[in-house]
Design a protein around this ligand. Structure first.
Ligand code: PMP
Length: 401
């Protein structure tokens, strides 16, 4: 079998030989810029619902409201500063960043992690840095993956959504004509934001291993929620079989920024070749501190269980009314079909103080317009009941039930 992965060790050795290798400074040098211990403990927040209940946010754990996380950001601003002031490789590196990266790597079961200024930048930087010859990409992958594939100039082969057999057949087709030294990257979201579907990661890893390809998983909608907070890769025990795990700090982790987790060599390569890392100001320390604290809260409190209880309550309620709810995750897309009906349903629930948007073509295929419902951990039992009542009344009004 061919090895279609990426020889990062060799790349790093070449950089080293020509005195071109960049690395982040040793941690004791970073320590000179100051350090703080993130605060922990305290009560979980409740949703402040003065005007309307939001059932459409990616703030899945409701932690943007949390005092502990706000305190962590405030403390970082006071001790390290509000901005990094430069690229991490120049003078923008702080122990707040290192603390976040250490916690992410530990949570994700990898050697190391690297923080980017956004998830978008992480996808663009990582895919272009690896520079694969061929990328196998799920048809519903996020725009930042699609843009990364384009910018990398790779030949992109699109396989059917969450379909490991379709992937296998594309891999076989390509293997029949591929050069021996062609490098291959399979890339997929783990949780798909518009469909709520979860990629069959085990079967994708099996297919990758049969062909020597690498696997990259975008955990933007799973980080902080699945398993110990690591994501679907952790939930399925695949940390050793997935080469690149990335995600965002801007959804369940209540902050801003992105990350990549993987081997030592991967992170070293990204420090050299991921242009969105090298040539971009380091993540704001306030954002890094908030994300660290949010990950700590996600891992060490019952906030995730509260989200999953709300998800189960809402899904059961909507389905028992007769709504068709897609997916198998915390995202509950209520499929209506017609775009006008979807708009009318969204308006009907809004009149009843519940906010969840209609998603229409071209974002989703024609005839599958939907309301994307996303409960949060901070919704209480009455909030879920209010949401269900709004759907029943508006669904009756629009003639959907
Ligand atoms: N990947 C996925 C699957 C996403 O949904 C998003 C955000 N919508 C991103 C990447 C980009 O993350 P960020 O918002 O941090 O740029």
């Amino acid at each position: 079998m061919e090895d279609r992965g990426f020889d990062l060790e060799d790349r790093l050795a070449t950089l080293e030989e020509s005195d071109l290798k960049r690395s982040l400074s040793p941690v004791d040098r970073v320590a000179e810029r100051g350090y703080f211990a993130p605060p922990s403990g305290g009560e979980l927040p409740v949703l402040d619902a003065d005007e309307a209940l939001v059932f459409a946010s990616n703030n899945y754990l409701g932690l943007t409201d949390d005092q502990r996380i706000q305190d962590a950001a405030r403390q970082a601003a006071a001790t390290v500063g509000t901005g990094a002031g430069a690229s991490r490789l120049v003078t923008g590196d702080t122990l707040v960043h290192r603390d976040l990266e250490r916690l992410l790597a530990e949570t994700k079961g990898t050697d190391r992690a690297l923080a980017f200024s956004s998830g978008y930048a992480a996808n663009l930087g990582t895919i272009t840095a690896l520079a694969p010859d061929v990328i196998f990409s799920d048809e519903y992958n996020h725009a930042s993956i699609i843009d990364g594939c384009r910018l990398a100039g790779a030949e992109t082969v699109v396989y059917s959504h969450c379909d490991a057999e379709s992937l296998r057949s594309k891999l076989r087709e390509r293997a029949a004509i591929a050069d021996e030294d062609e490098s291959w990257l399979i890339v997929t979201d783990s949780v798909f934001s518009m469909d709520g579907t979860v990629a069959p990661l085990g079967a994708i890893c099996d297919a990758a291993e049969d062909h020597g390809a690498w696997v990259m998983v975008d955990e933007a909608h799973a980080t902080g929620l699945y398993a110990n907070g690591g994501g679907v890769v952790q939930a399925e025990g695949l940390a050793d079989r997935v080469d690149v795990q990335m995600g965002t700090l801007s959804k369940a982790l209540a902050s801003q920024g992105g990350y990549v987790a993987g081997s030592d060599d991967l992170i070293e390569c990204l420090c050299n070749d991921a242009r969105s890392f090298v040539f971009s100001t380091g993540l704001a320390p306030t954002a890094a501190a908030a994300a660290s604290e949010a990950l700590h809260v996600a891992r060490h409190s019952d906030v995730r269980e509260r989200l999953w209880e709300n998800v189960a309550h809402l899904r059961d309620g909507l389905e028992s009314m007769g709504f068709r709810v897609l997916g198998d995750s915390q995202i509950l897309p209520v499929v209506v079909g017609d775009r006008g009906d979807a708009l009318a349903l969204a308006e009907g629930i809004r009149e009843r103080d519940v906010v969840a948007p209609a998603i229409r073509p071209p974002t989703v295929p024609e005839g599958t317009s939907r309301i994307r419902v996303a409960p949060m951990a901070t919704h209480d039992h009455d909030d879920i009941v209010t949401c269900l009542e709004a759907f029943r009344a508006a669904g009756d009004e629009v003639g959907l039930l």
